[in-house]
Design a protein around this ligand. Sequence first.
Ligand code: E4P
Ligand code: PEP
Ligand code: MN
Length: 452
Amino acid sequence: MDMYRSLEHWRELPAKHQPAWPDPDEVRRAAVYLRSMPPLVFAGEADTLKAEIAKAGRGEAFILQGGDCAETFADSVSANRIRAKIQTILQMAIVLTYGAALPIVKIGRMAGQYAKPRSNPMETRDGVELPAYMGDAVNGHDFTPEDRIPDPQRMIDAYHRSATTLNLIRAFTGGGFADMSEVHAWNKGFTENPAYKKYETIAADIDWALRFMKAAGIDSPAVRTVDMYSSHEALLLEYENAMTRIDQRTSEPYNTSAHFLWIGERTREWDGAHVDLLSRVRNPIGVKLGPTSTVDDALRLMDKLNPDGEEGRLTFITRLGASQIRDLLPSLVEGVTKDGRPVTWVTDPMHGNTITATNGYKTRRMEDVVDEVQGFFEVHNALGTVPGGVHIELTGDSVTEVLGGSEELSEEILSQRYETLVDPRLNHGQSLELAFLVSQMLRARTSGQPCE
Ligand SMILES: O=C[C@H](O)[C@H](O)COP(=O)(O)O
Ligand SMILES: C=C(OP(=O)(O)O)C(=O)O
Ligand SMILES: [Mn+2]
């Protein structure tokens, strides 16, 4: 099969969770437009990220991937909200760097996280049935036929909004905003909140380390700028296909919509369209593995997505749930390790821990999130394998969507600022708290001391 034909092979395979676009001609026109537009990322950047992910797989770096469950077009015009998210990720990264004594690979669920698979394709309210909200790249959230009917023009909007968000990410992370001392100063502000005072000692230690670096004249560009990569779930096949281009350097296909793409738990069939589409591009790729995943599934995915065992190419993002990770993860890791082809293991402690509060809100408990990460470390430490990173749904704002944490967010408070359109996100404080806790787990691992 020639390359151009093989890139379209996914069209012959079963494809789950695709919108019921009313007019196929409009979809084709949108795809033609997208194909005519410039790439959002450069293939060389995806290669650099692949090398970073390879390091995380070997235990020489640690991945922090975070952002909204579903980005929205409304938020994409708010520089403040985007900046708050970037700031949160940078603040978390500095804490993790200190704990791990390793570089942190920063990947946003940003600049393209606009499409969502839903449990039910339809939503019914007061006897009226409409298509479920599938993310701003597909339809609108308002419960009206005008909003909910999938509109291919939205894929074009998603492209433009991804471009402006990515531009802001590049500007902030390269333009002085990411200066380590600045970022650390924000963290000191965080530990001034009485709820988070217990992390003051670590913040003071980081402060001391930074002063030492300054005194010793360590002032490389790495202290003032950071690399931050973009990622999203590669759900919309027409969009991802249109953004797939041949790299002029290597003559290989790359998905140029983001540096890192992942395949969701609901579309990860090894013989399905999503796996086929991503099997043909050279970006680093992730696959979510939920509680029903078997070793056989993992091996088939490796055969399809990384047959030659290229380091950094394939990341398994497990999302097993706090109550199951200690039972389910060991056999998956053992089976994959026995195969010998490398993968990078990342934990998503969000999606296996979703619950419904007694007042009906879709939420998660911070203690479950922390426990799943703890279980992830325990399993890898016991097996002698490498916990390569964390994948978190978060925002930089003070929303009230996840229960618990040191600010003890309760069910009654959820309604105050419940703003997510799909899944509950850690707020700014909860995200930083998680970073402090994971930093302690990383430090315990590096130093060989048990975590308190
Ligand atoms: O983000 C993940 C899924 O898209 C989301 O959890 C699905 O949510 P639903 O069960 O409300 O459809
Ligand atoms: C859809 C998501 O997760 P999963 O595929 O793990 O359910 C997500 O990451 O928002
Ligand atoms: Mn989600």
